[in-house]
Design a protein around this ligand. Structure first.
Ligand code: ADP
Ligand code: MG
Length: 377
């Protein structure tokens, strides 16, 4: 039996009339108790993937298993109501004529009255809803409605909880607060969950791992820090966060660039690569001998975003604390603040680099999914 809660293997869904499959050869596992976010732009196939897991859509190829049981593999098919899957939707879909208690207890049809009351009380406590049990949905704030939707989905103790853009109906401030609350609640209950979102901050703060979906495919699945700092492809790098690709020339094991020299980790690749620098990966110092020139700056309160012209022709973006204030036109030296960078060929990450002067083994935070990788495609 599989030790994974959810296993997708080669999952493919082609809608009639679609030019290409909405979900295309998607494979990933979710461990028991893990929260995985499916992150991607609108139309990339996130909801369809979720519906394949739930059983609202049938697979055209591949398989979906939950807790070691095959749910759909083109031959066998288990309907949604037999999959022990809970769903939370964007609009919460609460029953307006039922109280909070009625909503939370709605799915507990097979329980006795006493069991149901106990479970409702338990979840209301976990979700901070105890004092609202007699209220109706229209008497609740957006955040409270969301907690009811979560508690209702969790009440029957589903093996798996699926959440489709659950925060998009909340205003910005509440959304930020609910991310943390929802993560804490899911962790307290220990539920295995898949969260669909187009919002990268949401994916990074709520999930243990995130799967970046582009054009029906999962391009990378890993922890948020690995996806952010070591994206597997240029497409992932461009979709997640801001950054600049700075060209580097490789001679032997050394990559030379306008932001410094690095040692290439791993087998030799192409002669030319691009190093990915996130806006916080570089520091700027006023230096009349510096190689770069500040083009512009934008004030954000805590930080300035600088645009800096490098000799190689690339305009580098750099975020610096706003107590450092450098006027446009100033000559600066540019120093890479990260020990490790990811290096790319035309499509994908081909190597990691280590700042010259650091032992190549430095950077113990990396998982095996990154170390030793030479190409992902
Ligand atoms: P996302 O949730 O990432 O925005 P979806 O999974 O909803 O994307 O949709 C992926 C693609 O599949 C889109 O091109 C969408 O138009 C198409 N699609 C989704 N559902 C259907 C359907 N029932 N019939 C035909 N095409 C669909
Ligand atoms: Mg969707």
């Amino acid at each position: 039996m599989s030790t994974q809660s959810i296993v997708l293997s080669g999952a493919t869904k082609q809608f009639a009339g679609g030019a290409s499959p909405a979900v295309w050869d998607v494979s990933f596992d979710v461990e028991p108790g893990e929260i995985v976010a499916l992150l991607g732009p609108s139309g990339c196939g996130k909801t369809t993937t979720l519906r394949l897991i739930a059983g609202f859509e049938r697979l055209d190829a591949g398989s979906v298993s939950i807790n070691g049981r095959v749910m759909d593999d083109g031959r066998g098919y288990v309907p949604p109501e037999k999959r022990s899957v809970g769903m939370v939707f964007q609009d919460f879909a609460l029953f307006p004529h039922l109280t909070v208690a009625g909503n939370i207890g709605f799915g507990l049809i097979r329980s006795s009255k006493r069991e149901r009351e106990e479970r409702v009380r338990e979840l209301a406590e976990l979700a901070g809803l105890t004092e609202f049990l007699d209220r109706y949905p229209h008497q609740l704030s957006g955040g409270q409605q969301q907690r009811v939707a979560l508690a209702r989905a969790l009440a029957p103790k589903p093996d798996v909880l699926l959440l489709d853009e659950p925060f998009s109906n909340l205003d910005t401030e509440l959304r930020v607060q609910m991310r943390t609350e929802v993560r804490e609640l899911l962790k307290a209950v220990g539920t295995t969950a898949v969260l669909v979102t187009h919002d990268q901050q949401e994916a990074m703060t709520v999930a243990d791992r995130m799967a970046v979906m582009l054009g029906g495919r999962v391009e990378q699945i890993d922890t948020p820090d690995v996806v952010y700092h070591y994206p597997a492809t240029r497409a992932v790098a461009s979709f997640v966060g801001l950054g600049t690709f700075v060209p580097a020339r490789i001679a032997g094991a050394v990559a030379s660039s306008d932001v410094g020299q690095f040692t290439i980790d791993g087998p030799p690749g192409p002669d030319n690569v691009d190093l990915l620098l996130r806006p916080r990966d570089v520091t700027l110092t006023v230096d009349p001998e510096g190689i770069a020139v500040v083009q512009s700056r934008i004030f954000h309160g805590a930080e300035f975003t600088y645009r800096v012209q490098l000799p190689c022709g690339v305009t580098l973006q750099s975020n610096q604390p706003s107590h450092i204030d450098i006027s446009p036109g100033t000559r600066v030296s540019v120093r890479c603040a990260r020990v490790r960078l990811a290096a790319y060929d035309a499509d994908a990450r081909v190597a990691l680099t280590t700042a010259a002067g650091f032992p190549t083994a430095f950077g113990g935070e990396l998982t095996s999914s990154v170390v030793g990788v030479t190409a992902t495609s």
